[in-house]
Design a protein around this ligand. Structure first.
Ligand SMILES: [Zn+2]
Length: 104
């Protein structure tokens, strides 16, 4: 009986450690993501020199590493926002853009 209880506690400890590690890795990935231009409205990509929104969306990756499917474009708070969805985990990925003349 004691052995069964010990096995249960070990299994619970391993499960908890995996959950905490996954949470920590996702949190770190989201923090790195926020520092990358485009992934936050506070840090938009500046569209200049004929660069297209679609090109950035093609290169964008979800936090899980999956490709992003372009769903459309909208405007929000004076920014152009490309809406996308991860083809792997179905998470929404929005990219924010600003035109150079909007910075003035
Ligand atoms: Zn994903």
């Amino acid at each position: 009986m004691d052995l069964l209880l010990l096995a249960l506690l070990v299994a619970l400890a391993v499960w908890t450690a995996r959950k905490v590690r996954a949470w920590w890795l996702e949190r770190r990935a989201l923090a790195q993501r926020a520092a990358t231009p485009g992934y936050s409205p506070d840090n938009p990509i500046v569209l200049k020199g004929g660069l297209r929104v679609e090109d950035f969306v093609e290169q964008a990756r979800c936090v899980c590493g999956g490709k992003v499917q372009f769903l459309g474009e909208t405007s929000r708070l004076g920014l152009r926002v490309a809406r996308g969805r991860c083809v792997e985990c179905q998470r929404d990925v929005d990219l924010s853009f600003v035109l150079p003349r909007m910075l003035n």
